[in-house]
Design a protein around this ligand. Structure first.
Ligand SMILES: Nc1nc2c(ncn2[C@@H]2O[C@H](COP(=O)(O)OP(=O)(O)O)[C@@H](O)[C@H]2O)c(=O)[nH]1
Ligand SMILES: [Mg+2]
Length: 477
């Protein structure tokens, strides 16, 4: 493959990427979120889970142009003004932490009001608040505090999406479980505990939450507040943020990674999803999917959406007859467009820009093209196709879909690698290893077989159908 041509394509797509509509990366490079809640409510824990950053690792900086004159700088009151960023851990988030305000602390709350007001007057998207989470712990006496009432009733929150997040939901579950255990011991002394005890405890906890805590807050909010309510359970697993333990021998070991399916991850995932649903600007939505590092599922779904937009442009809406990616050039360009977009969606930690490197991309391109069940569809074969009749069109379509699946699978692999080996930086070796495993893996084979078996002359132009094929192919294990 012509090296120079290849480089040009990479540069072109890195420069004017279509990933962030209206060039949001220049306009707004980071997602700005404010997390409010009294001390100990779980703000830091929540952020460490969602953004996969260390609880104490934030770098505090940002402008000091704000109205803090009344207080001495450096006191906890204006903690909220500070921009907390996480270089090397998550480049896409700016966090404002309401910091140490205690229940009933009027000054702390006032500072937050001022801060929000100031942000509402900002004219650039980058400076505005994109979202607020208000954490309310389901511990202690649990009635809604005056701070909550003031915040939700009196504050001007403009059009900022706000989610009230009940934390410590697991505490309710544990209490219910304990109650059931005691009840069981009373009624059936000396017998083993029923197997469904935990499930029942969970159901009771949900009921208590829905009927009491959620409802109480809902009463304060009123019917048209626009504020969403979510619950999360983040029991301390003893491993700290990111679920990783440093060890003397190996640096880091994977100790505990919440997968998308684990029950505790579900609460956090729902919060991430709810937040996404509240974002109306397309660019911000993309930024959000990329900034959150908890839901691989969401990253996959959005990657499919984005990839299929390219797919549609290349295949369906392109001028007739069918495919101007007749030449391999457009096939390659599609690869780069989709690759760049999916890469941003995953927001992998890539300090040395390995994913932009020509050699790396070639390696991945090669691995993706190997996605043929019946043998290798080589680059040359693609390049050789210059006149497409209806017979070859489905084959090309299938290849394109396999390429999409390959790009997403490889990013997923890298994502989980980084999750499991905290601090893993991408290198050529890591990519090489991932590509090899991918190319030889059964998952790839099954996905390819599924695509080959699903795409034919009768359906290859149906966008929704093709998208479903991609989705199913990615579910291959
Ligand atoms: N069981 C449980 N503990 C939590 C939860 N959220 C936070 N914690 C714990 O509560 C303590 C305070 O949390 P932290 O995130 O530091 O609160 P912050 O002051 O609001 O930042 C820590 O020990 C956390 O491990 C939760 O949902 N369940
Ligand atoms: Mg904290």
């Amino acid at each position: 493959m012509d090296e120079k041509f290849y480089n040009e394509i990479v540069d072109k797509y890195e420069e004017n990427t279509s990933f962030y509509p209206s060039n949001i990366l220049n306009e707004c490079p980071k997602f700005r979120i404010l997390v409010v809640g009294q001390t100990g409510s779980g703000k830091s824990t929540l952020c460490s889970k969602v953004f996969h950053v260390g609880k104490e690792d934030g770098k505090v900086g940002g402008p000091v142009d704000f109205g803090i004159s009344k207080h001495k700088r450096g006191t906890e009151f204006h903690q909220v003004w500070k921009e907390i960023t996480f270089p090397g851990q998550n480049e896409e988030i700016i966090l404002h932490d309401s910091g140490g305000f205690e229940a009933g602390d009027v000054n702390g709350l006032e500072e937050i009001r001022k801060f929000i007001k100031s942000r509402l007057t900002k004219t650039t998207l980058a400076e505005r608040l994109h979202c607020i989470w208000y954490c309310i712990p389901l511990t202690g006496h649990r009635h809604i505090q005056s701070a909550e009432k003031t915040f939700f009733n009196d504050f001007d929150l403009g059009d900022i999406p706000v989610v009230a997040v009940f934390t410590h939901f697991d505490v309710l579950e544990n209490e219910q479980e304990f109650k059931l255990m005691k009840q069981h011991q009373r009624q059936h002394p000396g017998t083993v505990l029923p197997q469904d005890l935990q499930a029942r405890a969970h159901a009771y906890a949900v009921q208590e939450y829905d009927e009491i805590h959620r409802r109480n807050l809902q009463d304060i909010l009123g019917p048209h507040s626009g504020v969403e309510i979510q619950r999360v359970a983040m029991p301390d697993d003893g491993y700290g943020a990111g679920g990783l333990l440093p060890t003397a021998q190996s640096g880091m070991i994977a100790a505990h990674v919440d997968t998308d399916e684990s029950p505790n991850a579900q609460g956090v995932n729902n919060l991430i999803r709810t937040t996404l649903e509240m974002l109306t600007r397309e660019g911000l939505r993309r930024l959000w999917v990329s900034a959150q590092q908890q839901s691989a599922d969401l990253k996959r779904k959005e990657s499919i959406v984005i990839a299929m937009q390219h797919f549609k442009r290349v295949t369906i809406t392109s001028s007739l007859p069918l495919i101007p990616f007749l030449g391999g050039g457009v096939f390659r360009s599609s690869f780069h467009e989709i690759f760049s977009d999916v890469s941003r969606q995953y927001g992998l930690i890539d300090p040395w820009h390995v994913l932009r490197d020509t050699a790396t991309r070639k390696r991945i391109f090669g691995a993706c093209l190997k996605l043929s069940a019946g043998g290798r569809i080589g680059v040359k074969a693609i390049l050789a196709v210059n006149i497409l009749g209806p017979l070859t069109a489905p084959i090309i379509t299938a290849s394109l879909l396999k390429m999409i699946v390959g790009i997403i699978m490889i990013h997923e692999e890298l994502f989980w690698k980084q999750r499991e080996q905290n601090g893993l930086r991408l290198t050529e070796d890591v990519i090489e290893d991932t590509c090899r495993r991918f190319a030889e893996g059964r998952r790839r084979q099954r996905a390819a077989a599924h695509i080959d078996g699903s795409i034919g002359i009768e359906n290859y132009r149906k966008e929704q159908y093709c998208r479903d094929v991609v989705t199913t192919a990615l579910e291959a294990k």
